[in-house]
Design a protein around this ligand. Sequence first.
Ligand SMILES: [Zn+2]
Length: 179
Amino acid sequence: MNHASEFPELMRKLPIDRRRNVPIPAVTAHHPDGEPDFSTVDGREAFRLASEGRCGICAQPFADEVAFLGGPGAAAVGAYHDPPMHEGCAEASTRLCPHLARRDMRRLTDRRSTGELPAGSSPEKPDVWVMWICQGFSGAVVNAMPVFLPEAYTRLRIFTYTADGQLHESFDTTPGVGG
Ligand SMILES: [Zn+2]
């Protein structure tokens, strides 16, 4: 069964994980045996792509907007470990990424929290994902981990888990973060 038609145009050049039949994002780390580790971001690659003005998912250049995806804590602080993405690539991640799309996969992401977190962010995995859409960002490497600092958002999109554990965009919830 081929789900390629569900993938955004920008993601069609990415390698496909045969086990899950999903594209492998450009910044996804790999296990020593070469299998993708969807729960871990390759920080060096994330910083390199972002420095070149390219998307962490599809590795294609940005147009005028970038999107960040994280929990309410990251949105409140305005700092992200996950790299900037195209809005379309971020949206696709909420449907396709194994550790985002389903609530019961979220604990796998705990391994990401191996470095220092920005003040105010929480190591707990969020019940709500906030997509922060803006026109630019800066970045730094802190304790060997990239930290991305988005400009003030132009839009926020909120994603919550349904009762059956699927992540969906919510149109009636506000995250309570300032801009
Ligand atoms: Zn992209």
